[in-house]
Ligand binder design. Structure first.
Ligand SMILES: *Cc1c(COP(=O)(O)O)cnc(C)c1O
Length: 483
């Protein structure tokens, strides 16, 4: 990032951001008041003025790319546009200034939207009870699998394995491992769906659950889900729904009706909320009635007209998040659901699927298409043809898109597709944006054909060029002198 100094490099010794008036009360010696060496010394913070700070971060923010800048087809992440009304409602002081320890009788409004949100999510997913606590999808997975684990223990069953398809998101096997299970991977069939024969071979009395995303990460609906559910349940195993792709089926199909016992929903994907760059998100978890007692406590309940926090859950897995979850994100999602209504949510999914199929049709001839059928809200193509022909890779094409003003699609995921480019346009894009993206992709493929060397060091016109992404993530340089 040459040319943009770190905030530490802007530091001028003695410069102050804010200066208080001299106090008119006697001073206190802090190092005596705060004993035991707890008072931090030599913080080594940058010494800058307020305007230095504002300009520095404003400049950096302009080097970033968000959905408010342009098209952001990052498959699996559902980077839809977030209506600003959600932000406005979430910023009401009645919500932002409520203390988490406020007595329930003074927090009825907040408890009400939490309760209603639990009910809405039950209605949308076909589950019976929800917790709003988990902070993200991956956290929801952990919560859900711990619920399954505790349920099985309570039933006196020792089951040590969790099955995930080979197309699954990395957080699925990671969750299974962290929760103390062995992971069994099942291969997908040629049609990109779970292979039923492979599944049957792997399901026995030792399997605790199958974790499944539907539609899956190829953007394909697992149409054999009733059969899959039967195979699992017949052996006493449970079915876990990774709800990251719920944006494809809202108001049309419900995981609860498909036979899933536990689900998580990524509110920051399906129900707007800006995300990327680390959050915050929310990953509420829903269960069928027989698992209610194991949910994290408290959940919000209602008696007459009064809302209250139910802590009376002796079999609960315990709390998974401070207080009640990322309530601001839940409130944004609540505002989103209320403003769209049931019919609007269904239309979201219909438009998301239509947009994906329109884009797929426009660009599929440029690439290899691993499974060529109608897709749901996203689809995967392979740049394997370009790699073979002239050494241009999915990464090169993705980075070149930045030069054309687009956020790249997801690449190299799912792992079962070589040189994968995974595109999810979402419902919030108009035809013009999809056409412009497709046109740019065509021009990039022309470039790849005529001048493959040009593609080696893409992007060419961004403030940050090609970086070593592993090194950038593992060896972060945050202080002056490290660059
Ligand atoms: C995003 C995603 C997750 C993880 O969700 P986070 O909210 O990012 O923790 C899990 N599974 C799939 C399929 C996803 O796309």
């Amino acid at each position: 990032m040459k040319g943009t100094p770190l905030i530490f490099e802007r530091s001028v010794p003695g410069k102050e951001g804010f200066r208080l008036y001299a106090p008119d009360v006697p001073g206190v010696n802090l190092s005596e008041t705060i004993g035991g060496g707890l008072l931090r010394q030599n913080l080594d913070l940058p010494e800058v003025s307020e305007v230095d700070v504002v300009r520095h971060y404003t400049k950096l923010s302009k080097m970033n790319f968000g959905v408010d800048d342009g098209f952001y087809p990052l498959g699996s992440c559902t980077m839809k546009y977030n209506p600003k009304i959600n932000e406005e409602i979430t910023a009401y002081p009645a919500f932002t200034e409520l203390h988490p320890y406020a007595p329930e009788e003074l927090a009825q409004g907040t408890l009400r939207f939490m309760y209603e949100m639990q009910r809405f999510l039950c209605e949308i997913t076909g589950m019976d009870y929800f917790t709003l606590q988990p902070a993200a999808g991956a956290h929801g997975e952990l919560t859900g699998i711990l619920i399954i684990k505790k349920f099985l223990e309570a039933a006196g069953q020792k089951r040590s394995r969790i099955i995930v398809p080979d197309s699954s998101h990395g957080t699925n096997p990671a969750t299974a491992k962290e929760s103390g299970f062995e992971i069994v991977k099942v291969k997908s069939g040629m049609n990109g769906l779970v292979d039923l024969e492979e599944l049957k071979k792997n399901v026995d009395e030792n399997v605790a659950a199958l974790m499944l995303t539907n539609p899956n990460t190829l953007g394909l609906f697992e149409k054999d889900i009733p059969e899959i559910s039967h195979i699992l349940h017949e052996k006493g195993a449970l079915l876990y729904y990774d709800g990251a792709n719920l944006n494809a089926i809202m108001g049309i199909a419900r995981p609860g009706d498909m036979g899933f016992d536990v689900v998580h929903v990524n509110l920051h994907k399906t129900f707007s909320t800006p995300h990327g760059g680390g959050g915050p998100g929310a990953g509420p978890v829903g269960v069928k009635a027989f698992l209610r007692d194991f949910l994290p406590k408290p959940i919000v309940e209602k008696e007459g007209d009064t809302y209250f926090l139910d802590y009376n859950m002796p079999r609960s897995i315990g709390r998974v998040k401070a207080f009640y979850g990322n309530i601001g994100v839940v409130l944004k999602a609540y505002a989103y659901i209320r403003s769209l209504g049931a019919r609007g949510l269904r239309e979201v999914s219909e438009m998301a699927v239509l947009n994906a199929n329109y884009l797929k049709k426009k660009i599929q001839d440029l690439f290899e298409v691993p499974v060529d059928t109608i897709c749901k809200h996203e689809f995967v193509v392979s740049a394997g043809n370009w790699k073979k022909k002239n050494g241009v890779r999915a990464l090169d094409i993705a980075k070149r898109l930045l030069d054309y003003g687009f956020h790249p699609p997801t690449i190299y995921f799912p792992l079962i597709v070589e040189e994968a480019l995974m595109m999810e346009p979402t419902e919030t894009e108009g035809k013009e944006a999809l056409d412009a993206f497709a046109d740019s992709l065509m021009r990039i493929c022309d470039e790849a054909q005529e001048n493959p060397d040009l593609m080696q060091n893409t992007p060419h016109h961004m403030p940050v060029k090609r970086v070593d992404e592993v090194k950038a993530a593992r060896e972060m340089k945050l202080k002056a002198g490290q660059l």
